[in-house]
Write a protein that binds this ligand. Structure first.
Ligand code: ATP
Ligand code: MG
Length: 363
């Protein structure tokens, strides 16, 4: 059988720095676990613009469509701020998302015990937390027509349209149910069916897909405002939450901050299933290129490493190896190792990006 294939797009700023630590883990897996990946590396963002005059070359785009998973670092930086909008680094990432049709955005909120003090919530509320928010990413109120600012009578009116088709709801629902089967087998769907027609359709379609295709998964429904309240009251009641683009935008930021630092947060964006049955997928840390610390060795590589762990679990069916990586992260944190972003004002001496990567490999 062919090796699993991975396209690495490290990008700009701290992207290559954090990605270097992932490559150590890939090397370790080859040497110690006999797991080989077909890894291709290419450019995205500002570095692609520097070489090709575009933030994503057509050949790179084609490669992304072929591989089992894409792992991306970060794009952008002050050097590219004055570029024309059409060639900005971020456009490279947007093109990947659009052409791969990545409609399902996974944002885990996972709290490592050693960092539970970082949360704004009480320790017992967040310690051991492990949930995923699935946000519909390509439709809904951010895209629906009509939209615009119009003049009505003697005043202006701002209009956006929340619009969801049955198939758009069905495909993101399936992706949430598939995910739940690999985790705690529980999905909570959030909408506002009490006040929105799109919410009524959302609830109906999610229920229908469940009853027909995923009756083994435990499904509940919640209004999104109540969901926000429950997420801060007792987040451990959830496993997978599926919601629309707008509510997902808010709820995933809220959930992310239950756990603390930006340097810890991975993400995945999934599309339609490929010939092998697994979804098209792009994994990336939630943080950006962090130009303020690029080149200083201060970047926390954990978000990128956990993004790779998500790829292991969701694209490569290597759940055990994913758990191994996560356990290594847990261990180094429990041992007290901290990059600068994980330290309070009187925290002691931080370790560097490479030291953190080495420690995780050793663990
Ligand atoms: P983008 O527009 O790409 O999201 P941004 O400017 O909004 O970028 P980041 O680049 O993520 O955000 O940086 C926000 C802040 O968080 C910066 O001060 C940065 O140094 C810090 N930061 C981001 N990622 C990390 C990391 N992996 N380790 C340590 N600090 C980080
Ligand atoms: Mg930002």
């Amino acid at each position: 059988m062919a090796n699993p294939s991975l396209l690495i797009l490290a990008g700009d700023g701290i992207g290559p720095e954090v990605m270097a630590e992932v490559k150590k883990i890939i090397g370790w897996m080859g040497a110690k676990r006999g797991v080989s990946f077909d890894v291709t590396e290419d450019l995205v963002g500002g570095c692609a613009y520097d070489k090709h005059g575009v933030p994503l070359h057509d050949d790179t785009m084609a490669k992304a469509q072929e591989v089992d998973a894409v792992l991306l670092g970060a794009v952008g930086g002050p050097k590219y701020d004055s570029l024309d909008f059409s060639v900005k680094p971020e456009r490279g990432l947007l093109r990947l998302r659009k052409e791969m049709d990545l409609f399902s955005n996974l944002r885990p909120a996972q709290c490592f015990d050693a960092l539970a003090d970082f949360s704004s919530l009480k320790k017992e509320v967040v310690a051991g937390l492990d949930i995923v928010i699935v946000r519909e990413l390509t439709s809904g109120v951010y895209f629906g027509e009509p939209r615009g600012i119009f003049v009505e009578g003697n005043e202006r009116v701002g209009i956006n349209t929340q619009r969801y088709t049955e198939s758009e709801i069905a495909r993101v629902a399936r992706s949430a149910f598939e995910l739940a089967r690999k985790r705690g087998n529980k999905v909570c769907s959030m909408e506002k069916a009490n006040v929105m027609e799109s919410g009524i359709l959302w609830r109906d379609v999610v229920q229908e897909i469940h009853d027909k295709e995923y009756p083994d998964v435990q499904l509940s429904h919640m209004y999104a405002d109540a969901g926000a309240m429950q997420l801060t009251r007792w987040p451990k009641q959830f496993d997978v939450i599926v919601t629309d683009n707008l509510f997902g935008d808010l709820l995933s930021d809220l959930a992310a901050m239950l756990t603390g630092s930006l340097g810890m947060l991975p993400s995945a964006s999934l599309g339609a299933p490929m010939a092998n049955g697994r979804p098209k997928a792009l994994y990336e840390p939630v943080h950006g290129s962090a130009p303020d610390i690029a080149g200083t060795g201060k970047a926390n590589p954990i978000a990128c490493i956990l993004s790779f762990a998500m790829a292991l679990r969701y694209s490569f069916d290597m759940g055990e190896d994913a758990a191994r990586v996560e356990a290594a992260v847990e261990k180094v944190l429990a041992d007290g190792l901290r990059t600068a972003d994980l330290m309070g004002p009187d925290g002691g001496t931080p370790i560097s990006t490479t030291q953190m990567g080495d420690a995780i490999v050793a663990a």
